[in-house]
Design a protein around this ligand. Structure first.
Ligand code: SF4
Length: 370
């Protein structure tokens, strides 16, 4: 199954409408975080560092709908925390489907199989399953043995029941490019609709700051992974964003393209940096000093960032900013990026050893929301 034409058309028509209206800054995807609580404790995640009284909060559905209506983006991504721990997540999803929003519910899938009955398959709903590579790599990344198998079983069941399912993968320093390519094959065999990739970012709150990729290392890693592409791989990403990851083109960040709304309000300036909160979406757009962000600003927190949440919208904006951008996107959609030098380097790359022991955190892997 591929991305429905209706979704592509909705996004294209929306972007063209914004451009015709002359809007300089418009949102493409709302990152809606209705809770920070999670049933994993990944080394690279800063969300679960909040104090207990914050972690136990759930955003009410009405507040989620207000934020979605206020923002107006055609796509709503629901990360967290783990959204399936939210006791009213099915009501939130139903309300967004009724609004004809394309939803990407991001989940580690530990609870997905047992909660599937709460949802109806719909072209508007996609489960975006967090899988950071093949079994050993994923379990290491989420600090939980057995997490990969549970997630894969849930993916299989969701696909069988007719749900749209994609994967989202964050790559950290030490990622093994050969293994990542093998992981792509495994995911396509499972029948997922597409795969999303992003390099990690050093959250100030993240417990293990050494994990994160620097810009040059990011480009090298993605060149090895995404050159000499297999035809069967389907990515749920702008093809120009993938060229950006491979170091084939430059973009500046578009932090307003994927604004974040969470328990504290509208987060400035982006999903990964916290520089205060705005009370309304309008205030976020109009009163944020956007010039202070992105690599060209010289902001040290932005210099090495190549996150999906900052640059995917830049790539989409480029696609619709000229005929040239549009044609470049069509060419990139079908390109396989043959690169003998990358193939040779990939061949020589030894399997990456894990610099840390796998640490098991927490109790029952399928811990419930109660
Ligand atoms: S470059 Fe990265 S950290 Fe900086 S504003 Fe953009 S997404 Fe946020």
């Amino acid at each position: 199954m591929a991305i429905p034409i209706s979704q592509m058309w909705t996004v294209a028509a929306y972007v063209l409408r914004q451009r015709l209206r002359g809007r300089k800054r418009y949102p493409l995807v709302l990152m809606l975080e209705p809770l920070f609580r999670c049933n994993l404790a990944c080394a690279g995640c800063g969300k679960i560092q909040y104090p207990h009284h914050i972690l136990k909060q759930n955003m009410p559905p009405e507040e989620c709908f207000r934020a979605v209506d206020e923002c107006g983006a055609p796509i709503v991504s629901i990360p967290g925390g783990e959204p399936l721990l939210h006791p009213q997540i099915h009501e939130i999803v139903a309300g967004l489907v009724a609004r004809k929003k394309y939803i990407y519910l991001c989940t580690n899938a530990l609870l997905l199989k047992e909660k599937l009955h709460l949802f109806q398959p719909s072209k508007y709903l996609t489960f975006s399953v967090h899988l950071d590579g093949q079994k050993e790599h994923h379990d290491f990344s989420v600090c939980r043995e057995g997490g990969y198998e549970i997630a894969v079983e849930a993916v299989r069941e969701a696909v069988r029941r007719g749900f749209r399912v994609t994967t989202n993968t964050t790559l950290f320093d030490g990622a093994d490019p050969k293994s990542v390519r093998a992981f792509f094959d495994e995911m396509m065999d499972l029948g997922v609709e597409g795969m999303m990739l992003s390099p990690g970012y050093a959250y100030e709150k993240a417990p293990n700051q050494e994990l994160w990729l620097q810009r040059e290392r990011t480009q090298k890693l993605f060149r090895l992974i995404l050159s000499n592409r297999r035809k069967r791989w389907v990515f749920n990403l702008s093809p120009l964003f993938m060229e950006f990851l491979m170091g084939l083109r430059e973009f500046d960040c578009t932090p307003w393209g994927m604004p974040t709304y969470n328990l504290f309000g509208w987060q400035r300036p982006c999903y990964v940096q916290q520089d205060g909160y705005a009370e309304s979406f309008r205030e976020l757009i109009e009163e944020t000093g956007w010039d202070r962000y992105g690599p060209r600003s010289g902001n040290p927190k932005c210099v090495h960032c190549m996150m999906h949440s900052g640059y995917e919208a830049s790539a989409v904006h480029h696609t619709f900013s000229s005929w040239r951008g549009f044609l470049e996107t069509i060419r990139a959609t079908f390109a396989l990026y043959p690169d003998p030098q990358a193939a040779e380097e990939l061949e020589k790359t030894p399997p990456a050893p894990h610099p840390w022991e796998l640490v098991q955190i927490g109790g029952d892997v399928r811990e419930r929301s109660s």
